[in-house]
Design a binder for this molecule. Structure first.
Ligand SMILES: Nc1ncnc2c1ncn2[C@@H]1O[C@H](COP(=O)(O)OP(=O)(O)OP(=O)(O)O)[C@@H](O)[C@H]1O
Ligand SMILES: [Mg+2]
Length: 245
């Protein structure tokens, strides 16, 4: 366990999260221990309200735990202030959400360029990187379409391109197929599995669906704010060979 932890990319020990205070305080995480290793593809499952999104927000440094310890590459985050945490998040993490969260009336290319603008990258390099990320998700040729001109599956691909354009070590996806039909869901899983295997991006993904979790190589189940089970998935589902855009 000790050696295991030393090699972990992310290590949580006794992590708690309290929402609100006083009489209305709610303990959403009740002492979570979790080690995530580089290159893993982890599915997080569990009933509604069990703390999955809270755990994801904590793992992705969007929110601080109330108690316990978070280490990234072995370094405890307790000492970081708001800006330090934000820098860490921008440098190492990419996020994909159920609702895509794309800017409307803004092209796919511009949506994907956004995180690079925040980084102060020059226009030409930014454009090249964004076009490459769009190509990586199978959307070469769709760069100048706005979200309204794209299908749900294509919008989610744009969101994934935006998440990977910065070259993150960790991709966090909270129900990335929640708004998609079965066919599109499996295409998105094919894409995420390929990014994990070919680019070595560590993936943490929340899903309610067993056939979506089946693509991961490890399945963690939350119940009532704690990790109820944590099992390898030795035979992950294989993405269909054909991947439509
Ligand atoms: N900002 C908040 N303020 C107060 N309570 C919150 C807040 N966010 C979450 N909670 C509560 O914490 C608990 C865990 O919420 P969380 O969103 O992590 O659940 P979840 O497992 O992601 O559920 P779902 O499957 O419905 O998305 C729930 O009881 C929820 O009501
Ligand atoms: Mg949730």
């Amino acid at each position: 366990m000790t050696a295991d932890r030393a090699e972990a990319l992310i290590s949580l020990r006794g992590v708690t999260k309290v929402y609100g205070q006083g009489a209305t305080a709610f303990l959403a995480l009740k002492g979570v221990d979790l080690d995530i290793h580089p290159g893993e593809f982890v599915a997080i499952m569990g009933p509604s309200g069990s703390g999955k999104s809270t755990a994801m927000n904590t793992l992705g440094c969007l929110d601080r735990p109330t108690g316990g310890e978070y280490r990234f590459h072995g370094v405890p985050l307790q000492g970081l202030d708001r800006d330090g945490l934000a820098r860490l998040r921008r440098q190492f993490f990419g996020f994909v959400f159920q609702g895509f969260h794309l800017l409307p009336r803004t092209t796919a290319l511009e949506n994907v360029e956004l995180p690079l603008i925040y980084r102060g990258m020059k226009r030409q390099r930014r454009r090249e990187a964004a076009l490459q990320a769009l190509a990586d998700v199978g959307l070469a040729g769709w760069a100048h379409h706005t979200p309204a001109e794209l299908s749900g599956g294509q919008q989610q691909r744009v969101a994934i391109a935006r998440a990977i354009v910065t070259g993150p070590q960790v991709l966090l996806a909270d129900e990335p197929t929640g708004n998609l039909d079965t066919q599109r869901s499996h295409e998105i899983m094919a894409l995420i599995q390929r990014l994990n295997r070919e680019q070595g991006i560590t993936v943490l993904m929340v899903t309610h669906e067993a056939d979506i979790a089946a693509y991961a190589s490890r399945i963690v189940r939350f119940v009532d704010g704690t990790v109820a089970s944590d099992e390898p998935n030795p035979h992950p589902a294989q993405a269909p060979a054909q991947e439509a855009a």
